[in-house]
Design a protein around this ligand. Structure first.
Ligand SMILES: [Zn+2]
Length: 105
């Protein structure tokens, strides 16, 4: 029983890492309890789901443009005001944090 409690706590680590990347925390927690040795490195190397997304949709021409885009490459209209979902915004924040740490080095 003590061993299970230890695993249950340890499994929170890959669960939290995976959740930050837009994955199911519960699923990764169960994965961590069952196979902690595999789940921990797996949660670290998986890519954020949103990084594979096609970006945001232009309101004028309905084409997808990159999230970082300021104007639509298809019709040239302003796409800066388009809201990204909270999960996507978190990913963008993570990316900018990485860039900042790069600048320091
Ligand atoms: Zn457009």
């Amino acid at each position: 029983m003590g061993m299970f409690l230890l695993l249950a706590v340890l499994a929170l680590i890959p669960a939290m890492i995976a959740q930050k990347k837009g994955r199911s925390a519960l699923l990764w927690w169960v994965f961590g309890v069952l196979l902690f040795i595999v789940a921990l490195p797996a949660s670290i190397i998986i890519k954020p789901l949103e990084a594979q997304a096609t970006g945001k949709k232009c309101p004028k021409c309905a084409e997808f443009v990159k999230e970082e885009a300021l104007i639509c490459k298809h019709c040239g209209s302003d796409v800066t005001s388009i809201d990204v979902s909270p999960i996507e915004a978190t990913v963008i924040q993570d990316e900018s944090e990485k860039d900042q740490s790069k600048d320091k080095v």
